[in-house]
Design a binder for this molecule. Sequence first.
Ligand SMILES: Nc1ncnc2c1ncn2[C@@H]1O[C@H](COP(=O)(O)OP(=O)(O)OP(=O)(O)O)[C@@H](O)[C@H]1O
Length: 688
Amino acid sequence: MDDKYAVFIKDVTKIYGKQAVLKKMCMSVERGTIYGLLGASGCGKTTLLKSVVGTTKVEKGEIRVLGGRPGDGKYAFPGPKVGYMPQDTALCGEFTVRDAVFYFGRIFRMTDDLILERYNNLHQMLELPPHDRYLRNCSGGEQRRVSLAATLIHKPELLIMDEPTVGLDPVMREKIWNHLYEITRSEKTSVIITTHYVEECRNVDTVGFMRKGRLLAEESPKLLLDTYRAETLEQVFLILAQNDVNLKRSSISVLENNAQNTIQVEQRRTNCGTWKRRFTVDKRRFRALIDKNWKQFYRNITGIFFLLSFPVMEIGAFLSSVGGDVRNIPVGIINNEIRDCSNFTSNGTAIPYDYFYCHFHNMSCRFLSYVDDPMIQKMYYPTLEDAMLGVKNGEIAGIIHLSQNFTYFFEKRFEDLRNENSEILDLSQIKIWLDMSNYQIGSSLKYKLVQKYNDFQDAVLTECGFDLKLYHEPLRIDNFYVGSNKHEPFIIFMLPGILITIQFFLGAVMTSQIIITDRHDGVWDRSIVAGVTSMEITLSHFILQLALCVIQTIELMFCTFVLYQLEYIGSLSLMFLLVFSQGVCGMAYGFFVSVISTDHTMANVVLTGLYLPVNLLSGWMWPVEGMVYGLRVLARCLPLTVAIESFRNIFKKGWDLSYIQVLDGFLIGIVWTIFFGLLSVYLISKKR
Ligand SMILES: Nc1ncnc2c1ncn2[C@@H]1O[C@H](COP(=O)(O)OP(=O)(O)OP(=O)(O)O)[C@@H](O)[C@H]1O
């Protein structure tokens, strides 16, 4: 039987959701013959062909292709023995006409000379567009002809073509049919072809009429026409369909019987691939894949622009917009001591007259002169009530209030530090109200005003000749590890998170989008039918993206430490490696997302939906220590959190890999990368 049939299908059932698309389908295609598979739209022709080539897994039944089961590795199928032309063109838009044909020729391990020779013949026969025209610029019919050329290039033993003639003019259709008759005669090629032009199949060896997932009849067109005394195959199909509706089975030989008589085939799940095949890598195919990915990449200028400019834009936006000095915050001033400080000079405002005593003058103006700062825009109000109204109306973000006789009470306050007179204590106070509805602005003002008051007090007391230490709080705080960094602590706190998050999510988005595009174009499946393994496809993408990840990490590090000159203590190369490793982890995550997502929209929803939770839990917006216990544990298990802490330890403490707090950042990235990688490969194997 194996020698007789190129394709033998028995009792195949395929179910999509709740719909059985193929119902105990049987079919046989003899070697060296043309088999025309006909049927109404939606009857299951494409599904059947996909099951034959192994891109769809069937629930039940037996499929034999060229004597073997698809994927068992013994029969070069998937591989060069079969040429598969899917219904969609399944080629990359970034390919030129020549590239598309050469890609498949190389996948089939043909030499470039042989590909060129056959390409020239096919180019002439199929009247292909100019060699260097991009497929995205070709018409639908032109793309279809290029797709056909890519299917025929290696002269396969079995041709499986899903509507190759649709949309082509009658002359071209005739040329294609003549070519098919020619190769079946001279090269003993077996052909399965589906078409909506039923009469095209009048001269084929066998036609199979399909209806609602079943084969109604399978015979030579001549015999069918004679038996049903019909003029056309259309009429035969009509009669068969009516018979089927009336539940009368055709008396013409149905393959079911044939198959049952000729072979006992056990029912089992058709396994369209083996692990062994999936994990092999062939050098020539791999080179063709790398070439394809590279062309897809560099011919997509918009894509390149975004992939290369995003790291710079994102880190640039962060470093330029975050942590800078806040300016021009309107603050209401009520100085009940002196209304107009415009002619104020500080000379003679603090005059010591005794070892312990000092006369003060015009202290309210002197303090307000310290409040002259780019952060603060002074707005004078006559009364406290007016200023309060100003805060309510959003005109000002705070109020500074100085009482009448402020200078007098201020002097009294310093005369006797043990002064317990509450009026003196109260009226010598500068009263400040801050609008804390904007926490960052409120805290910046608070910090600035305390700083300004300390400067003011230090200057005044120094002029009085007092020992400053006596008046300072008995608390001294020094910082470890901050170096002489001139940048805001806020930037320093956030930077590790920003760098690692950018690289992680860029890796994830880049990988998921590229892989989903590849799959949706149909190139992935078509390449697999041509013999490429999932491992080869995955690795070829991985290598190109790894190179991109290196470039993106260099961009991030260059912007941060060279352009913006952020000071660091630890090893630059270690920081580079850590950010890069998170990019790789992001790529693995993107791969996983592409596997669980049916399309771009779903992948984008998953990536965007998880973006904020992962960021919030990664501890760069708010310390992990501030989270409830369960979340803290979860946060520490995520890929970003520990890596960010590890980066901070290198960046500001100068630690190296001998510290577990640095090493764990690398290890968690590696563990997650392996986890996402293995899970994705497992899910792919389950899906196929
Ligand atoms: N991935 C899928 N998920 C769910 N249903 C599907 C899927 N692919 C196909 N179908 C359904 O299976 C049925 C058969 O589809 P198929 O593409 O095999 O038909 P066809 O005979 O090739 O049609 P046409 O001639 O229009 O190409 C259709 O009802 C289709 O909607």
